[in-house]
Write a protein that binds this ligand. Structure first.
Ligand code: NAP
Length: 525
């Protein structure tokens, strides 16, 4: 399949602008074939208007039709075959095996949302039946359920070119909720974005849906994304990427005449607390696992553990030595793009120059492309508590071990933490019991708390929460992974005194969809 380099707007390709850019192979620094046209403002507006037109019918297709559409998108992505794997690998520097795994995750989450929508109970239908004879006043018939918000703008990240990009979790959950999507392509993998857009476009056509159900606008400057957020038809934003990008879009969305929700997942340092008995009993195993977690995928995961708190015991020095030795055996590998490599080196330089922070372990140096080298730093708990600059994310294969934290200092460190995606505790049952107060502080600091495992690897399932308090995200009440993500793109609507014929099927007396509903305060199917 030949790439066109054009935007994909409501079923048609479009290249109205003269500004072009290319994907770059981060393993070689060479530009890849195909000039991509950055969308003009008129093209972004056209995509947003088409999404608004599509919304009036897409929101009311049956759950079965919506599920069939999501499954068709998954099938069409698989049908792209090696073309997708090869282009995605060339644009991201990620090995083919990793791309295949990520493709599996991407189609898996589309199918999971299809199952959720088909089952139907996610709409949280509630029925309070009328009591005309109630004294002193009659009670009206009141019913409510979740309804789709409207067109959603989606911004994917560079580090998951499939699972957090054009057909990633934000798009899957928005389409599942009944919202058309306008995706802003990531300039780091424009060919991958185009291939995925054509797959979604084919699914739209096959399922007989309005063409504006999905569009892709490309761009390598902030313009196209800003126009998208500012367009009055767009009713919510899903974003994964940098703190700077997420907060800029959040501000733009709040300065609109009609402000809209921005669900931005901006990463975190994912603190790990290793408690005394666990450190003594499992030192080498934790050292090995920590190194793997920090350096997996060249550290380019938003759940990468960047801060590790250690107790004041003789085991701490031995642990530091064990981790440093593991780091020395890590090969350098290609990072996603030049900007991310440069940002990593800037972050590492900041740590190197930080007072009383020491570099204790370094992986092999790379010599081709935009490579990242693993780095391990240490500091003392006193230094950490004196200046919380170390909490800032360094996106890449590095971590800081913080030694000598007494019980009180651990609690103080936990209290001072900002919002994170995850926090992790390694502890024996006795450790955990003795630190229950630590756990209760940490609960207000992260979206996911993990015991005796590493935070990298986010399972896509019903119970997952991939979110957390600011600055990990701009809205701590939600998740961007797992089926709960659908709730971001829906709002409750109440129908009072409605005749049966005007009610949505989910709220009719005979429950034609056979969903779980709350009827007069009791859950019934
Ligand atoms: P990014 O630079 O934030 O870009 C994400 C998307 O947002 C791109 O489409 C980008 O396109 C757009 N964008 C960024 N800033 C914008 C702005 N001010 N206005 C409008 N659109 C904007 O993220 P990235 O390229 O994936 O990675 C860069 C850094 O983000 C990394 O070094 C790392 O620190 C962090 N990161 C975090 C996560 C996470 O999971 N939270 C994942 C990956 C990266 P344009 O550049 O064309 O505007």
């Amino acid at each position: 399949m030949t790439l066109t380099g054009k935007n994909f707007i409501a079923g048609e390709t479009s290249a109205a602008g003269s500004r072009t850019f290319r994907g770059v192979n981060p393993a070689t620094g060479e530009k890849l074939p195909t000039d991509f046209h950055a969308a003009t403002e008129a093209e972004v507006n056209r995509a947003a208007r088409a999404a608004a037109e599509a919304f009036s019918s897409y929101r009311d297709i049956t759950p079965q039709e919506r599920a069939a559409f999501l499954r068709t998108v998954a099938d069409e992505i698989m049908a792209l075959g090696d073309t997708l794997v090869e282009r995605c690998s060339a644009e991201s520097g990620l090995p083919a095996g990793r791309i295949q795994g990520e493709r599996g995750r991407t189609v898996g989450q589309l199918r999971l949302f299809a199952d959720l929508v088909e089952e139907g109970s996610w709409v949280d239908a509630r029925i309070d039946r009328a009591q005309p004879d109630r004294e002193p006043l009659p009670k009206p018939d009141v019913r409510s359920m979740l309804r789709p918000l409207g067109p959603v703008g989606v911004f994917g990240a560079s580090n998951f070119p499939l699972a957090f990009s054009v057909a990633g979790g934000d798009t899957a959950s928005a389409l599942a909720a009944g919202c058309p999507v306008v995706a802003k392509g990531h300039p780091s993998h424009p060919g991958t974005c185009e291939l995925i857009a054509t797959a979604i476009g084919r699914a739209v056509e096959k399922c007989g849906l309005p063409a504006g159900t999905f569009s892709l606008v490309q761009g390598d400057s902030h313009d196209s994304g800003t126009w998208l957020v500012e367009h009055p038809a767009i009713q919510a934003i899903g974003f994964t990427g940098s703190y700077g990008g997420g907060t800029a879009l959040f501000r733009a969305a709040n300065q609109r005449e009609q402000p809209i929700p921005v669900y931005a997942e901006m990463g975190s340092t994912n603190p790990v607390f290793i408690l005394p008995n666990a450190l003594r009993e499992r030192r080498d195993e934790i050292a090995k696992g920590l190194t793997q977690s920090v350096t997996l995928g060249v550290g380019q995961f938003c759940t990468n553990p960047g801060l590790v708190f250690l107790p004041p015991s003789g085991d701490t020095d031995a642990f530091t030595e064990a981790v440093a030795s593991e780091f020395k055996g890590v090969d350098a590998a290609v990072m996603l793009n030049e900007r991310i490599r440069d940002a990593y080196e800037t972050g590492v330089s900041r740590l190197r120059g930080a007072e009383r922070v020491e570099l204790v372990g370094e992986g092999a140096e790379g010599n081709v492309g935009y490579t990242g080298r693993a780095r391990l730093f240490t500091t003392s708990i006193e230094r950490y508590l004196a200046n919380t600059d170390l909490e800032e994310e360094v996106f890449g294969p590095s971590s800081v071990l913080i030694g000598g934290a007494s019980r009180e200092q651990l609690l103080e460190s936990a209290r001072r933490l900002g919002g994170h995606l995850t926090v992790t505790l390694f502890g024996t049952p006795e450790d955990l019991e003795a630190h229950s107060d630590l756990v209760s502080i940490l609960e207000s600091k992260a979206g996911r708390l993990i015991v005796n495992n590493f935070p990298t690897g986010v399972e896509v399932c019903h119970a997952m929460v991939h979110g957390g308090p600011y600055p990990a995200t701009t809205d701590s009440r939600t998740t961007s992974v797992g089926t709960r993500a659908i709730l971001r793109f829906a709002r409750p609507v109440c129908y009072q005194g409605f005749p049966e014929s005007l009610l949505p099927p989910a709220l009719r007396d005979d429950n034609p969809l056979s969903i779980l509903r709350m009827v007069d305060g009791e859950y019934l199917r």
